[in-house]
Design a protein around this ligand. Sequence first.
Ligand SMILES: *Cc1c(COP(=O)(O)O)cnc(C)c1O
Length: 403
Amino acid sequence: MDSPATDPFARTRALFELPDGVIYLDGNSLGPLPRAATARIRAVMEDEWGQLLIRGWNAAGWMDAPARLGDRIGRLIGAAPGTVVVGDTLTIKVYQCLAAALEMRPGRRVIVSDSGNFPTDLYMAQGLIGSLGQGHELRTVAPEEVAGAIGDDVAVLMLTEVDYRTGRLHDMAALTAKAHEHGALTLWDLAHSAGALPVDVTAAEADFAVGCTYKYLNAGPGAPAFAYAVPRHHGAIRPALAGWLGHEAPFAFDPDYRPAPGIERLRVGTPPILAFAALEAALDVWDGVEMADVRRRSQELSARFVTEVEARCGGEVTLSSPRDIGQRGSQVSFRHAEGYAVMQALIAAGVIGDFRAPDMMRFGFAPLYNTMDEVVRAAEILSEILSERRWDRPEFRARAKVT
Ligand SMILES: *Cc1c(COP(=O)(O)O)cnc(C)c1O
């Protein structure tokens, strides 16, 4: 175990519940439980819901929580107060922001994305195009070809900054500038960026951004998502999901929709207060943490992992992430023809990563709780599994529903 003197993140590691005997390299998919979340949820249940009942909406600040939590996330992604709102799932937030952006570019019909984008983002675009019925087109190119695909017919550039499989990192500022030169708007998905590396949506001049809170932000399975819009667009957003809590005056119960003045028009319905309790506790861990420190440590951890794996596993696995640490987020992937079975054997040995079809073993690095010793040990265990072919068993080949 690294000592507190050599591990600047010993303080934050102690704030997580991490099972004994487990090296957790899957916080890019589901962050671990912040210890304080349990008591926090209990307090919200017993003291707020239990005692206040309906009064909690006002007395416990439930109604303002989406904007309040949004501001706390804003600090981690370079967003000004009043520009981020929390709620719903990332899939929904993609839909809302894409719909708003398309409507702000009425003369244009093209959405550019890349083949590294997460399927749900692409599916949302396909579904939206279908219901709009205006002949929009989703143009999906290889990640390296995105810049070249931005022309004057593009309405929206919709990208995930860090590729969920390979960890490849897009240049948000440069691609946004290029999109703007051509009159297009940008929608950035920060699912694998928020809490993983420094993000500055303001400096990058992103138009819209979305992300989830259950990956590097550690707010728990199904935790709510967030959406950002640059303030100058707020007045122009016409919500496709015109929910009552995005209304200017929800409790006027006006039969006609009028959007709230600011980012709150991207709210939809009643927010998940119990899930917010876990998010609040998860965000407390980030207080006092600088993203530049996280980035430095994440690069040390992932670089060491790559070095150790390549030195120990020879040609058995192939790095599918960019080799340059400046070109990737906080995860690395290795290919192996039997990657699924190898990952199951790793998990059985206490090293938890995950698998993405067709052949990628994925490992996430979260400086808040991962140590250098764990990274080295994980590479050692991987090399033993490979050299002894411990993955070559029928039970490791049986595919589970979630990989
Ligand atoms: C994890 C992830 C999602 C998941 O969306 P949910 O609505 O939370 O299920 C969407 N997009 C990207 C890019 C992701 O990485």
